[in-house]
Design a protein around this ligand. Structure first.
Ligand code: SAM
Length: 246
């Protein structure tokens, strides 16, 4: 399947489109083992619905158990094309891909048990929008799993991060503090860990602490006024557009 570019392309995704040819050579060797260990640890149960944001060339896809349903989204058609080739080669029927901006997902509220973001939060231009969308489409008590490099608490490492920031920014990578990614959302950090002591990457497993009720609490008078008496439109996506439009 060929992916035509329909979404507006962030410069970051253009970069990844250009890199798609060499991407697997670099990432498969160094990043896949960590991703596989994290997914294994989650013990994803049969029938679970999993969303991977910024799925790229589909590096993580072989780590998901076949008994779950995986949706992968990315903004870069070249990356998705590689992921699609991988899926076709392996005959994976439990995985589907969509070209989509992770900061503006065309997906229903509360529709996934797991939302994964591997090496993506530093790449998107508005991490707050990205995380709001992740939280919105994740079910109450579902898990949001982020693997990323965060600014270190250690002074020396934090200084190195700051010094190399102008270079990493040029290739679309912003070094963020962990709090910048997770603040302001009803997320309970269940596990924050590294897969090895010296790893530069941190794994964060967060529980979506939104209440089911909050997603459907629309005062009856507003429903009537906004939907002309029809409940349908509002009930389908009450916090769908919570993300600030900036
Ligand atoms: C460093 S790669 C990580 C890919 C994959 N998660 C992995 O670990 O191999 C970042 C990916 O995020 C994608 N990306 C960047 N901005 C995006 C956006 N706004 N929406 C969806 N994907 C985006 C890029 O196209 C790229 O494939």
């Amino acid at each position: 399947m060929a992916f035509e570019s329909t979404a507006p392309q962030a410069y970051e995704s253009k970069l990844y489109g250009e890199l798609s040819g060499v991407y697997d050579l670099i990432f498969a060797r160094f990043f896949y083992p960590r991703i596989a260990a994290v997914i294994r640890d989650l013990r994803i149960p049969p029938g679970a619905k999993v969303l991977e944001l910024g799925v790229g060339t589909g590096l993580a896809l072989r780590a998901y158990p076949r008994h779950c349903q995986v949706t992968g989204v990315d903004l870069a058609p070249d990356m998705l094309e590689r992921a699609q080739e991988r899926i076709a080669r392996k005959g994976w029927r439990h995985i589907q891909l969509h070209e989509m901006d992770a900061m503006n997902l065309d997906l229903e509220d509360s529709s996934f048990d797991y939302v994964m973001a591997f090496h993506v939060v530093s790449v998107v231009p508005k991490v707050d929008r990205f995380m709001r969308e992740a939280q919105r489409v994740c079910k109450a008590n579902g898990k949001i799993v982020v693997i990323n490099h965060f600014r270190s608490d250690k002074r020396v490492l934090a200084t190195i991060d700051r010094k190399i920031e102008p270079i990493t920014r040029r290739v679309g990578w912003h070094t963020l503090g962990r709090e910048e990614v997770f603040h302001g959302l009803p997320l309970e950090l269940c596990r924050v860990y590294k897969t090895s002591r010296r790893s530069l990457f941190t794994v964060v497993v967060a529980r979506n602490a939104k209440s089911d009720e909050s997603a459907v609490q629309v005062p009856p008078q507003l429903v009537t006024a906004a939907a002309g008496g029809s409940m349908g439109q509002i009930a389908a996506g009450p916090n769908r557009h919570e993300a600030p439009a900036h």
